[in-house]
Design a protein around this ligand. Structure first.
Ligand code: NAD
Ligand code: TYD
Length: 350
């Protein structure tokens, strides 16, 4: 029996990873550790919360003592680390919160693993989930591969790059079994509506302006979140120690084109006239240091571990819209209270 610590499991991607592991591996004990910040929500996991192989613990990863106590209490076989501050715009306002959670929090977990696993490194695994944003920005052409030099620009990507370096350093220095993956932009259900796609869905639904930064020319490479969770499953079980894998869908979209597609889908779903939702598109002041283009080359993952994305973007986006329209209560809960003041501050003077 395997006991696995998954951090950040009540957030967007983490909840999909927890659900997948709890459902697919009944012999594993899954411990979901999360601080439950504004982005963490136990309502994301109501379908698995009573399973015998699942337990939730509310811990802040910046609290080294609490992490050590948990490691002393539970004999973990592996860590899958997703807990992080994840929104670029918030990192521009408050970089320190990103250093604390993404850098110090990751080092706290590495230190606990180092201490409690030191006699048994070969039987244990520390899997760190990271982002393509560590590679910086691309021009019109080219793709990020696993050997692209790190060149982060935002406080968010700088903190993730730093955490990646620490994970690699613990592998190289102490011989810990560490694996890293760097994924492109995810989309799907349970995505907090501060990020582009769920924010736009929520605003279109409520007939509010849809803010597009700059001219909407920036390009992102979108992957369905459940394809990311499946890639994490494959890498966790099959990657050799010390390896890094890029994960992406070969699915690049200019923001403005993506928003037009979303508006079209929403018109259909909401019974609006074709073109009605697109009238909500509003160009606003650009993000500071806005990376022009991300594109992931996931050939290594496809060739070595046989992973390929399962969904076409149009189909996945429609599924995503359906989920948000069917889960109005979830959406209303996460957009009440603090979300309103965040939105005001973030978008008022743009
Ligand atoms: P998210 O913001 O939806 O969830 C993050 C989770 O971490 C939340 O549940 C939050 O409560 C928890 N958390 C934050 N600070 C914590 C702390 N100090 N202690 C314990 N828990 C804490 O993020 P996400 O989009 O699900 O991203 C998950 C991971 O995947 C992150 O490491 C992110 O960098 C990475 N990633 C995200 C994307 C993407 O498109 N969203 C792409 C590639 C990689
Ligand atoms: P986001 O979802 O924040 O992800 P990331 O910055 O990690 O790529 O943003 C995706 C793209 O959409 C990015 O180019 C910024 C842009 N964007 C907008 O145009 N308007 C918005 O309101 C937001 C949140 C993002």
């Amino acid at each position: 029996m395997k006991k696995i610590l998954i951090t950040g499991g009540a957030g967007f991607i983490g909840s999909h990873v927890v659900r997948r592991f709890v459902n697919n591996y009944p012999d594993y004990q899954i411990v979901n550790l999360d601080k439950l910040t504004y982005a963490g929500n136990l309502a994301n996991l109501t379908d698995v919360e009573n399973r015998p192989n699942y337990r939730f613990v509310k811990i802040d990863i910046t609290d080294a003592q609490a992490i050590n106590e948990l490691f002393a209490e539970e004999n973990f076989d592996a860590v899958v680390h997703l807990a992080a501050e994840s929104h670029v715009d918030r990192s521009i306002v408050d970089p320190t919160a990103f250093v604390m959670t993404n850098v110090i929090g990751t080092v706290n977990l590495l230190n606990a693993a180092r201490e409690y696993w030191k006699n048994d490194y070969k039987q244990k695994r520390f899997y760190h989930i990271s982002t393509d944003e560590v590679y910086g920005a691309l021009g019109e052409t080219g793709m990020f591969t696993e050997t692209t030099a790190y060149d982060p620009h935002s406080p968010y990507s700088a903190s993730k790059a730093s955490s990646d370096h620490f994970v690699r350093a613990y592998h190289d220095t102490y011989g810990m079994d560490c694996v890293i993956s760097n994924c492109s932009n995810n989309y799907g259900s349970h995505h907090f509506p501060e990020k582009l796609i769920p924010l736009a869905i929520n605003n279109i639904k409520n007939n509010k302006p849809v803010p597009v930064y700059g001219k909407g020319e920036n390009v992102r490479d979108w992957l369905w979140v459940e394809d990311h969770a499946r890639a994490i499953d494959v890498i966790f079980h099959q990657a050799k120690t010390g390896q890094t894998y890029n994960i992406g869908g070969h699915n690049e979209w200019k923001n403005i084109d993506l928003i037009h597609l979303l508006c079209k889908i929403m018109d259909k779903k909401l019974g609006r006239k074709d073109g009605e939702s697109a009238q909500l598109i509003t160009f606003v002041t650009d993000r500071a240091g806005h990376d022009l283009r991300y594109a992931i080359d996931s050939t290594k993952l496809q060739k070595e571990l046989n992973w390929v994305p399962s969904l076409q973007f149009e189909e996945g986006l429609e599924k995503t819209v359906d989920w948000y329209l069917a889960n109005e209560e979830w959406l209303n809960n996460v957009t009440s209270g603090n979300y309103q003041s965040y939105y005001e501050k973030q978008y008022k003077n743009r």
